[in-house]
Design a protein around this ligand. Sequence first.
Ligand code: G1P
Length: 291
Amino acid sequence: MTHVTKAVFPVAGLGTRFLPATKSVPKEMLPLIDRPLIHYAVEEARAAGIEEFIFITSAGKAALENYFVDMPELEETLARAGKTSALHALQSTQIAGGTVRFVRQENPRGLGHAVSLARDLIGDEPFAVILPDDVIRADTPALDQMIRAFGQFPAHMVATETVPAEKLSSYGVADIAQTFGRIQNLRGLVEKPRAGEAPSRSGIVGRYILQPSIFDHLCGLAPGSGGEIQLTDAIAADLANAGVNGFAFEGQRFDCGSVRGFLEATMAFAQDRPELSDVFAGDSSSCIRAA
Ligand code: G1P
């Protein structure tokens, strides 16, 4: 079975790199231009045909949960006032025909633990995992690229990109046996390898398509890197059974979990908006310059 209709969004993280902003605002709700990070993740999933959206949340994420609630009264007010573009912006948060579910992760025990909590909602079918911190700017949404490839190569699939050698110890890293175009057949994966011990420069980016057999490994897995239950370790443990492919997606990825990455994403996405593309060129007419 290669039809992928469900996606898991782990959004329980504390966002400490964005304190004090994240003291009262979930990091997934920080706006990239004028949409919160979670909006980009959901939009990408929708464009890839996802119909069921499963959020693994934690305490303090009410603003994120509210983001997907319909607001018919506000819609009516905007419609009556003829505020069409505001109305469309509001409607873009609706998951038409889709299903939204929230599962609470009570303790921060790691990405693998967060994904394991979706087991009952996923059942016995392949599913996607999207980490909203990783925002990908691409002509064809990255998850859509992966789902198409997964149709031909239905093993576990992890998105990969080439990462500078000195940064590899912040990533899961692929051990590549063979490459066929964008597909990398993996013989292993290592979560956050020590400096100089990474098996390649292909770092794992926050997009996964996983076979349900992953849950057999997630439940009961020993803590790994950082004392947390790691998704990478569970995928590695299921490699002999289900196989694992890396997918070197087409597109530009931004680590919006870091202030620098967020800023770079803001500049790049502004280029895609005709009304904003001049802002970072330094000739914005709305800038007030000192005489
Ligand atoms: C997680 C994964 C890691 C992956 C990274 C991509 O790490 O565990 O394998 O490379 O996301 O963003 P985190 O950044 O949550 O520490």
